[in-house]
Design a protein around this ligand. Sequence first.
Ligand code: SF4
Ligand code: SF4
Length: 391
Amino acid sequence: MRGKPIFENLKKEALVCARCGYCRVDCPVYEGLGWESASPRAKMEITRKLAFHGKLTEKDIARLFQCTLCGQCRETCSARIDTVSVWLEMRRRIAAGEKGPENMRRLAAAIDETGNTAGDAPENRRLWLEAMDDEAVLKRVGQKAELLYFTGCSGALYPQIYGIPQAFTRILTRSGADFTVLGENESCCGFPLAAAGEPERIRKQAEHNVAAAKELGVRTVVTTCPSCFHAWRDFYPEILGGETPFEVLHASQWLAREIAADRLRLGPVEERVTYHDPCDLGRNSGVFEEPRYVLNQIPGLELVEMECSGSDAACCGGGGNLEAVDPALTEVIAEARLREAEATAAKTVVSGCQQCKRTLQGNARRKKIRLRFADITELVDRSMAAYEANQ
Ligand code: SF4
Ligand code: SF4
């Protein structure tokens, strides 16, 4: 597993670090700020300080939270240190001493109290479904079914993201899948709690969601959010002390499987697109091929790669709750990725993550960069609609 929520081995990792600096190559924070003190090597020095002397300054703490948890430094580390696990554990120890950023504490408290990142009433998780104006879909909430579409807080509660769960729900319906959604009974996957340094609180979320899925007889859990996917697949078994009885898939994997089995009818989408690998789906979960397979199956679609793609893909700047502590740095990182996308002459940037889409889209608007943005589910939905229109 990549990125353990609780990782006791700080001393060993701090000693293993050779201070070589290879981890700085492609670190978006180091590239964005250009200071050694912002580099992963400097974060390892701070780790050493905490592990052996137990004390950090406010500046040290701020530096540790200036990180998108993108995993690039883990790829380039010459000593093969699981850096993301180290950064998560450092956040945990800081939060345990109540020294973490105030808005991270607020986020963790909101999840604990309301079961979502927005601090909304749980019944608001039905709004995206109600907005579809489709009684048959609404009836699926809380029904027994083989497949659970786990929407996640962003998809369920932020109107600018509704398009993604709505597109995926239309695909599921057209495919004839036996699926359900939890609606107001869904709770945050808990992933943002790890980034906020409070992984112990994930247990409550995991227990609730796993029990809800079991009660509906679910066998496969599918998410459109890579962080939910990573939490269900990798964090839950670790936190709950054993495998969960579900197959866990990201939507791109489910789509790839359905397309390969010839169960989805795809029509033409004449567009040049580039694919942005979300860090939590790609480097942090190892899913690179399925999204590309799906895109390559859409008739008329031309997929072009950015200079950095796959395991080298640059971060969008939206990970690790960075935007909550340093929005200006998120902007710098997002712009660098947008310039790469622009260089491909693609019309649309496709991703498999609502957070990547939101971050890139928002920053493109601010910088007046003329690109379109789509989630992979939205593109497949368009392709299926094009097929139907041609019948
Ligand atoms: S996880 Fe990403 S942003 Fe954080 S230190 Fe490593 S490369 Fe830099
Ligand atoms: S690449 Fe690895 S060993 Fe070298 S400085 Fe970075 S964390 Fe330490």
